[in-house]
Design a protein around this ligand. Sequence first.
Ligand SMILES: Cc1cc2nc3c(=O)[nH]c(=O)nc-3n(C[C@H](O)[C@H](O)[C@H](O)COP(=O)(O)OP(=O)(O)OC[C@H]3O[C@@H](n4cnc5c(N)ncnc54)[C@H](O)[C@@H]3O)c2cc1C
Length: 811
Amino acid sequence: MRDRARVVIVGGGIVGTSVAYHLTKLGWRDVILLEQGSLSGGTTWHAAGLVGQLRSSSNLTQLIRYSADLYSRLEAETGQATGWKRCGSVSVARTAERLVQLKRNASLARSYGVEAEVIGPAEAGTRYPLMRTDDLAGAVWIPGDGKANPADVTQALARGARAGGAELREKIAVTGVRVERGAVAGVETSEGPIATEILVNCAGMWARELGRMSGVTVPLHACEHMYMVTNPIGGVGPDLPVMRDADGHIYFKEEVGGLLMGGFDPWAKPWGMGGIPADFSFGTLPPDWSKFEVLMTNALQRVPALEAAPVRTLLNGPESFTPDNYFILGEAPEVRRYYVAAGFCSGGIAAAGGAGKALAEWIVGDEPPMDLWQADIRRFMPFHGNRRFLRERASEIVGVHYFVAFPNRELETGRRLRCSPMYERLQARGACFGAKMGWERANWFAPAGAAPATVYSFGRQNWFPHVAAEHRAAREAVAIFDQTSFSKFVLEGPDAEAILQRLCANDVAVAPGRLVYTALLNERGGFESDLTVTRLAEDAYFIVTGTAQTTRDFHWIKQHIVEGARAVLTDVTGAFAVLGVMGPRSRELLSRVTDADVGNAAFPFATMQEIGIGQAPVRASRITYVGELGWELYVPVEFAAGVYDTLRGAGDDLGLKDAGYYAIDSLRMEKAYRAWGRELTPDDTPLEAGLGFAVRLDTGLPFLGREALLRQKEQPLTKRLVTFVLEDPEALPLGDEPILCDGTIAGSVTSAAFGHTLGRAVAMGYVRRAEGLDAAFIESAGFELEIAGERFKARGSLKVPYDPQSLRVKA
Ligand SMILES: Cc1cc2nc3c(=O)[nH]c(=O)nc-3n(C[C@H](O)[C@H](O)[C@H](O)COP(=O)(O)OP(=O)(O)OC[C@H]3O[C@@H](n4cnc5c(N)ncnc54)[C@H](O)[C@@H]3O)c2cc1C
């Protein structure tokens, strides 16, 4: 076997072969794929082969649409059949709430360019005659969905990759990865070593263990997944659509004239706790009829003809699932040029074409080709790789496939992993917690007599009046927010300023004590992050960014510290608790507990001072994310609970109230404060986002992304972030709804919340228009948001929806 290759791909499932295929399409021929068993012998061979296009983001949906297109033409290119059939899909609703979700999905599909139609039970029955429909509330028909034969697609991709110059070898196991100076240097295999600079871990449910060999966290766990196949049934032919009955946790597909019926158990069975055997090629697990019974009962209700159909087989195959049900893609933050494409959560056949293409482009371009944050490996931290956590979470996440996707739905497993020092205190005060990046965070507070538990629905949920009261406290008096989960870094060393000046779009060469809101941009001028940078000293900066961005932003900054530069980046997230004290009476509250002068002249906006609160040292930053006078207090964790008590003890007569993240959302939406990952993504620039004021374009100083912005500035903007206020006070957008401009879909909502001061829902979203978009056009256009199929009028503007006292923030 050869001893050198430009790229080594580990794993010959549908994903590994797709990466190999697409690398060769980009002209890379020096590619070797190693498979320990046989091609497609891992999870791929026994997949059901459903290819449903709709995902929860536009870019992920585009990846799957690409898969469908690729599978439809691979046979013509390679001569190998793929079994691709565009048979369409019917998803049915048994309940009114499920129907709301399906209608929302149909709206979402349309805004992503996927044809989808809401149909009644009778029409659903026409499309799927074997189905019982008298117990249905409605359905959605997606004509472009289809099915494929997973093993055949894999062989076709393999054939295409070989024709493009890649070498695919079976019966060779990768037994180790050689890492030198933080980067891939080679692999050890059962046939000897291969030197390489690029490794792609496509090892399916083995990927976690392979990652661990080099300190790379690939958080996934295998779970059992079952389907049965019947003998031929009259009326079942290849054109029969795929059918999903999520309320019954089941799906159906035609298979050689019979029906394949499988499903997602609400609590699935984890598998492979002691590791996945290497010789599991073409392996299956023993059928578990008792676990299958719940699916079977539901299936008989939906398709009564199953009663008389002999079951040919009950297949139990393991598949890997991730903590959040999205797959894992991208360069591992731990090791340079170590790429991962794994954890496909029962969607690997649908995703493989597009994911393989995206990863190949990522490898060749050395950066993600577009915003893939939902799948990005940097959304995880090492704790996500904990085996016990994964085992519990995988069991729960399988069922999430077919949950009703209520807004704000929280998971039950993996809770209380990261708690702020105030956790018990907030709990005692009625906090209802949600989890983000492992942190327990107060979403809202239940007043005495109310239970701190969210009752899920698509309408106003039970916390609505309580969040309204928290919101009012922040607007009219003072509220205290526990924001400990913020990610926090220190960059220290003589070159710290130069490094940040190159990375930040705003000017951070400020005096110590100054605080700067800035973007971190990529070469395309898109947001890699938006964060605040506080200068602590000549050679030290304190960086605060979003809860979910710890790994991502740390990795982004670290990889731009060139070799030899004199600066060290440290993650200090766990060292500081954060208390946001916000509202017009926050100054009064603070002045009662500190000797420091917190008046506007002594403590102006966008500055930081080390002050004492009670007897504790606190780093106080004058900043706000809710649009009111306020401070974020960064408190060493060991002092935090005491500082909270001091503040609480001094504020009752000022109207001080504990407030949570739902109130923050409502407050920030009224002020049109953008959130990274929603309004700000790697595909959006500051000019499009209306944040040109936080970019130092006019200074002539270079920074990453500057050239792209200068180019963009020369043209009229064809995409802009617009704020919307809904006319109907009852309308409740939740995010992702299509935006219609004069009757035509022009974008989709990025965030939405009820604005309790405005008394109406507020939304933001990008609007696209080829002829350009200026303020006059936006103010006069007829905008509507489509919420679960119904259209609601909205006033669009480039301005902040609620801004009567913008000066109050600064005074
Ligand atoms: C019952 C069932 C039904 C499913 N139905 C669908 C469906 O309808 N639609 C859909 O989209 N998805 C479906 N899936 C999911 C789909 O099968 C998977 O997501 C997909 O096959 C994953 O492909 P992969 O290439 O990542 O993994 P795999 O196919 O498992 O490939 C990984 C390969 O890596 C090899 N490998 C591992 N370690 C090493 C090593 N150290 N050295 C060399 N080789 C190594 C393994 O031998 C294996 O062949 C289903 C899954 C199951 C279990």
